[in-house]
Design a protein around this ligand. Structure first.
Ligand code: SAH
Length: 356
């Protein structure tokens, strides 16, 4: 294996107390940690030259120590009439990741990557095909959110200045396989400024293939974030194929951990289900899914499959999808069908950076 240079340390990697230490080490008063943090998290500014409350002669040293440039923008592209904006980033070691900003009437959501690549190998997902390159650092995750908040403020979403309100860990990677950095990133994203960005915990969603021990651990973190479980099949036979980690943790165990999470946090769990034509969209699977979820704090999010290049799979027929929805609803389950943003820019789920 080739040795890898570590990701530069950034203030978003650390809780505020540890940022104080970094400044003391530089020979600066520790209160500067708060000043720089306020620039970064409250004003979304990462240019030391613009931080006029710092001594002019010290700005570049302080900037180099606390705000190294982690994300280099390679490309950005908008679609859906300016309501979707995708950015491709190159990290310090050349690895590529993407984030996607989506505007809705009532909210602005950014979809972030937690890893470069992914080891989970789900066969319908573009990221899963290439394997894992590496975990992202806490700050590499947080900076995607800060940069996106800045983009939204500066009008990339159709020219209007918008405030970022929601964060979903549904970009590249399996967030719970990068557990400590994901949890630290969630804290930085949700802590109030200058500790963090101040996004409401309820507006953050962490999506997982179903790493059962990590779901149970997340339930004990005292975070009220939404958990999304990528189920995609209600039966182990098919799920073993669609989400290979199911060979380790079965549907019943994953759902049991999800209900534990719902109980602990009071938050409804989102069950993600990609609708794949003639693979997982049969009426009997809708009925089985409804029976598994009935009586639990759950909501189903159906996603028409976004076929990856060369895939043998396709999205379900609209009529089949309607019947699936009807059966879930008549089984007492709340369901939404996700709109498929970003298709024309390969910004749909699992396609991030695959075409980089
Ligand atoms: N690893 C995490 C988060 C990243 S993927 C997880 O699996 O939950 C975010 C969601 O997009 C997951 O539900 C994933 O299964 C889904 N997805 C991936 N590729 C897709 C595709 N081609 N079409 C539709 N949904 C897809």
């Amino acid at each position: 294996m080739t040795p890898r240079s570590p990701v530069p340390l950034h203030l978003a990697d650390l809780p505020l107390e540890e940022r104080h230490q970094l400044l003391t080490d530089l020979g600066e008063p520790s209160y500067r940690a708060k000043q720089v943090s306020a620039h970064y998290f409250a004003r979304l500014c990462d240019e030391p030259a613009a931080m006029t409350d710092l001594p002019a002669t010290r700005r570049s040293d302080i900037g180099a120590a606390l705000l190294p440039n982690l994300l280099h923008q390679v490309r950005e592209v908008g679609c859906d009439a300016g309501r979707t904006h995708k950015t491709l980033w190159r990290l310090h070691d050349g690895v590529l990741v993407e984030s996607v900003l989506m505007a809705y009437p009532d909210r602005v959501t950014v979809c972030v990557s937690s890893q470069a690549g992914c080891a989970m190998a789900c066969p319908f997902c573009a990221t899963g095909q290439a394997g894992l390159q590496r975990n992202l650092s806490t700050a590499e995750i947080v900076d995607q959110v800060v940069a996106s908040a800045r983009h939204a403020r500066d009008g990339v979403l159709g020219g209007e200045s918008r405030r970022l309100s929601n964060v979903v860990f549904m970009g590249m990677g399996e967030p719970l396989a990068n557990y400590p950095r994901t949890v630290a990133a969630v804290r930085r994203i949700t802590d109030p400024p200058p500790l963090g960005l101040g996004v409401s915990q309820r507006s953050v969603t962490v999506s997982t293939v179903g790493l059962v021990p990590r779901i149970r651990q997340l339930a004990r973190e005292g975070l009220a974030v939404t958990l999304a479980v990528s189920l995609h099949a209600p039966d182990d036979g098919l799920r073993d194929e669609l989400v290979p980690v199911n060979q380790r943790w079965k549907v019943a165990e994953v759902l049991d951990a999800a209900w534990g999470y719902a109980e602990q946090t009071g938050r409804r769990v989102s069950i993600e289900y990609a609708m794949i034509r003639a693979v997982n969209d049969q009426p009997w699977r809708a009925d089985l899914l409804a029976s598994l979820l009935r009586g639990h704090l759950a909501h189903v999010n159906l996603i028409p499959l976004n076929p990856t290049p060369g895939s043998r799979w396709d999205a379900s027929e609209p009529a089949v999808m309607e019947e699936f929805v009807r059966r879930l609803r008549s089984g007492g389950i709340s369901v939404t069908v996700r709109d498929t943003r970003g298709q024309e820019i390969a910004g749909a789920c699992g396609q991030l950076a695959a075409s980089g």
